[in-house]
Design a protein around this ligand. Structure first.
Ligand code: ARG
Length: 565
């Protein structure tokens, strides 16, 4: 049962107001001392021609308490309700016990498909911290949608096509060495890319050579295509190694190259609808009616570009997956690009353009220049993960020398710390990367939350009593009640996160949950001290419910748990 609905029903009978009206009006008081739910009587004042405090007083008198509601109290113009704590505890903890890892799920997404495109690095260009931001947010969103009943598809729109391949092929032919590239593909390909640019400064003919190689690639020249395939394949192996560490499996790696033969149809469709106009030799879709610069479809030399591929990709995705939502997790600097392509799709007459969403995110800054990078200014994703894991391992060695499986724990905590950092605030905010706060076991961090989980698990391991038939009615202290109320709120956090495409709702939720758990743990004895059997069992059951929910929430963030810390 839902306590809010229950109060709403009772109020509807009492006041004669519509349920919907009451539902909109009731609010959670800012201070828990004022009760669990408040009904503001101000809107009734006009109809009843009475002052709100008077109405609240009368309603309080008429309201009959029962086994779910302890009392109703008039304070100012508000009628405040206090739930029965034993009834509330039983109701909530029983529900968690029943739903287990499905707690916080719902069926809002039943029968619907949500595509989440994220990560999407560019081959031969750095796989950098921005891609990690996209990876963290996208991975979490996909998990959140799945928890809400959506069928989801994870897409990696690889940057595996475009003029940079002409450059890479040119550089490889001149200075490359297969065995060197094979040893460390992403870095070596990137080095070749950098060398190309350095050399091209003094030797501009290199640019022509690169263009020629890309032309050969587009034409399907055997040798050139083979090299491209080789570069793509060895890079993918590297990417997948990183994704494995993050526990991510993409459903599709259909990247830019996948659409190279699907663009002519788009160009034809646009031209049939009379949407193409010429501008400085290029074919563009005019978007001045929406105050945007034109969207270039074909460059003056007839070549397609990034935007053309994105339009082809959206059409392909609609045909292939018939999505209800098509989400792009890409940095905010590309906001205009997505507005333009969504608008072109809309002009093509696709009513599903409205289901395409760009989910942007901010920039990443470094508070200390201490991040060791082998590549000048460019920060490589895997280096960030390695450094975080390494630093975590040092902390573990220093603080918990007896801990088992140090390496395995450091991997989960170190990676969790990085992911948490990206999911900690609203995604459009810029992020300041600081090892100190990321790995602060007492601060707002993954290790703090993971530690709370491990502490709960440790209590359960040491439990010396069977608590499977606990009487939840024993949980009535302020700390216990606050914790149970937080457990109840999980579903709202998950739904809110999906509505706004903001995983930080779940992140903030789980951080608060662990804070409340720690307060409970510090003020309510569980295994030791002055505690009777009934209370002990109920507290153990509360610890168990809490660890279940922390684990689900972390899982929705893509962060793993550690059993012993
Ligand atoms: N590869 C691009 C980049 O690194 C991101 C791809 C974004 N997705 C898309 N459908 N355009 O900037």
């Amino acid at each position: 049962m839902d306590f809010k609905e229950y109060v709403t029903d009772k109020l509807a009978k009492l006041t004669g107001l519509e349920r919907a009206e009451i539902e909109k009006a009731v609010e959670v008081p800012p201070d828990p001392k004022l009760g669990d739910l408040a009904f503001p009587c101000f809107p009734l004042a006009k109809v009843m021609r009475k002052a709100p405090p008077l109405i609240a007083g009368e309603l309080a008198e008429k309201f009959t308490v029962d086994k779910y509601i302890d009392r109703a109290e008039a304070v100012g113009g508000y009628l405040n309700f206090f739930y029965s704590r034993p009834a509330y505890a039983k109701n909530t903890l029983k529900a968690i016990e029943d739903k287990k890892e499905k707690w916080g799920s719902s069926d809002v997404g039943a029968g619907k498909t949500a595509l989440v495109e994220f990560s999407s690095p560019n081959i031969a260009k750095p796989f950098h911290i921005g891609h990690l931001f996209s990876t963290a947010v996208g991975n979490s969103l996909e998990r959140i949608y799945r928890h809400l009943g959506y069928k989801t598809v994870k897409i990696n729109h690889l940057g595996d096509w475009g003029t940079q391949f002409g450059k890479i092929i040119c550089a490889y032919k001149r200075w490359g060495n297969r065995s060197v590239v094979e040893r460390d593909p992403i870095n070596e390909l990137f080095k070749l890319y950098v060398k190309f640019h350095d050399e091209a400064e003094n030797n501009p003919e290199l640019e022509d050579e690169a263009r020629e190689y890309f032309r050969l690639l587009e034409e399907g020249d055997d040798g050139t295509v083979e090299l491209w395939q080789y570069f793509r394949a060895i890079s993918l192996v590297e990417y997948k190694r990183v994704y494995d560490r993050l526990n991510i499996k993409f459903d599709s790696y259909a990247g830019e190259s996948f659409y190279s033969d699907k663009m002519q149809e788009i160009v034809d469709m646009l031209s049939d609808k009379g949407l193409l106009t010429e501008s400085e030799g290029a074919q563009v879709v005019d978007l001045s009616d929406e105050d945007m610069p034109p969207c270039i479809i074909l460059k003056s030399d007839g070549a397609t570009i990034y935007a053309t591929r994105d339009i082809a990709a959206a059409v392909y995705r609609k045909r292939t997956y018939d999505f209800d939502k098509n989400i792009y997790v890409v940095g905010t600097p590309q906001a205009l690009h997505f507005k333009q392509i969504f608008s072109v799709i809309d002009k093509m007459g696709c009513d599903w353009a409205k289901d395409c969403v760009h989910v942007g995110f901010g920039l990443v800054k470094f508070s200390d220049k201490k991040l060791s990078t082998r590549h000048g200014d460019v920060v490589f994703l895997e280096d960030v993960l390695n450094e975080s894991v390494q630093k975590t391992l040092e902390i573990i060695h220093a603080n918990s020398p007896d801990m088992e499986n140090k390496e395995e724990a450091a991997e989960k905590i170190g990676i969790g710390a990085v992911l948490y950092t990206f999911l900690k605030s609203g995604r459009e905010k810029d992020i300041v990367f600081s090892w100190d706060s990321m790995l602060d076991f007492d601060g707002e961090s993954a290790p703090y939350v993971q530690y709370g989980y491990a502490r709960g698990r440790s209590i359960l391991r040491r439990a010396d009593i069977d608590f499977s038939k606990a009487d939840y009615g024993a949980l009535t202290s302020d700390e216990e009640y606050a914790l149970i109320k937080q457990l109840e709120l999980f579903g709202d956090a998950v739904k809110g996160a999906a509505e706004k495409n903001e995983p930080f709702y779940v992140n903030r939720y789980v951080t608060n949950l662990v804070q409340m758990f720690n307060k409970f743990y510090n003020s309510c004895p569980i295994l030791k001290g002055d505690v009777d059997k009934r209370t002990k069992k109920a507290r153990l059951a509360l610890v168990s419910a809490t660890t279940t929910v922390v684990k689900i929430a972390l899982d929705l963030l893509g962060i793993q748990t550690v059993e012993k810390m």
